[in-house]
Design a binder for this molecule. Structure first.
Ligand SMILES: Cc1cc2nc3c(=O)[nH]c(=O)nc-3n(C[C@H](O)[C@H](O)[C@H](O)COP(=O)(O)O)c2cc1C
Length: 327
């Protein structure tokens, strides 16, 4: 009997496949479809900080002619307390409808909204919160340290006020990734999601204007998260979820071997349909049978850097002939 269950950020998952935060899981129907297809958990579409701003501005506009300016702080507070209601309703309904863990996702670029709102999300029944922290480092006066401190502050404030499991989803662009991951882990995040893959702009050279980029990943992109999952597994105390470039069962197995507690799927579900979850689960069982594994726990981390007999390969960053066979 094959046991696919796994523990991730303190939650019991029936299998390690999580639907990543994206538009496939921004409605109740979407959440239900993913759970019915076999997902181990879902991360809801992120609520964006800009949405909070808009909602508060709407309230201000409406009240402006009638209110004394001093009342604005109160109004702001009120906007925050109400929060985008639809999101809380989605959390509540999703929890009532599906039996798998429902993780809410907040896109944070400053710490200003999230403590109060995260509390409301907890009260709506979310099993956990993924903080999708992404700060564009385009300000030439802002140092790397300044930016890292924003990550820490957001996490510390949320952790100090909310007692459901928290994951932090980050991008790969840190000078010292291992140190950053360890600092986030030391500040109490239950999990790190490695990595977010950011929206990529494009340019239309005929119209001479900006154009939307192609925003799905390809299976070849798995290498970056694979390397970092393998390097960090067993070194940081929090759990690890792999994200970016996992399109099929092979990718899932690689990430588990590297040490991931769970694997997030996004592009593949857009490209191959939600049924891809079932396909991967079936193939995973077949592979485990073939290799004599009875549980996901037996696979996890077998080829992480600390377990591997060639640990230096994960740190190799230059191409040399002996490795790639190309002159
Ligand atoms: C259409 C689309 C919408 C997304 N929306 C979000 C989002 O709201 N929050 C978030 O954290 N990531 C979002 N992502 C990023 C995915 O969750 C995922 O991290 C990324 O696509 C890399 O995984 P993949 O290679 O499996 O696609 C989105 C991705 C896509 C393609």
């Amino acid at each position: 009997m094959i046991n696919l269950s796994t523990k991730y950020m303190g939650l019991d998952l029936r299998n390690p496949l999580i639907v990543a935060s994206c538009s496939l899981v921004k409605t109740l129907d979407g959440v239900k479809t993913c759970a019915d297809a076999g997902a181990g958990a879902v991360v809801l579409k992120s609520l964006f900080e800009e949405q909070m701003e808009v909602e508060v501005k709407d309230i201000e506009k409406y009240l402006l002619p009638y209110w004394h300016p001093e009342a604005f702080d109160y109004v702001r507070q009120m906007g925050m307390e109400l929060g985008p209601k639809e999101y809380l309703t989605l959390v509540e309904k999703a929890k009532k409808t599906v039996s798998v863990p429902v993780i809410a996702s907040l896109n944070c670029i400053t710490p200003k909204w999230w403590v109060e709102y995260a509390r409301q999300i907890k009260n709506a029944g979310a099993d956990g919160i993924e903080l999708n922290i992404s700060i564009m480092p385009s300000d030439i006066n802002r140092t790397g340290k300044d930016i890292e401190n924003v990550y820490f502050k957001i996490l510390e404030e949320v952790k100090a006020n909310i007692d459901i499991p928290i994951a932090v989803k980050i991008g790969p662009y840190f000078t010292s990734m291992a140190h950053m991951a360890n600092e986030l882990s030391n500040r109490g995040t239950e999990a790190l999601v490695l990595f977010n893959r950011f929206y990529q702009p494009n340019i239309d050279i005929e119209k001479l204007e900006l154009a939307p980029g192609y925003n799905f990943s390809s299976p070849e992109e798995i290498g970056l998260s694979l390397r970092w999952v393998a390097l960090l597994a067993g070194r940081v105390s929090c759990d690890l979820a792999a994200s970016t470039g996992v399109h099929n069962c092979e990718g899932v197995i690689k990430q588990l071997l590297a040490g991931a507690n769970a694997v997030q799927l996004c592009s593949t579900l857009y490209l191959n349909g939600i049924k891809q979850i079932g396909v991967i689960l079936k193939e995973l069982e077949t592979w485990m049978q073939k290799h004599g594994f009875e549980s996901v726990d037996e696979i996890r981390g077998k080829l992480s850097q600390t377990e591997s007999d060639r640990p230096e390969l994960y740190e190799r960053i230059q191409y040399i002939k002996a490795l790639v066979g190309i002159e």
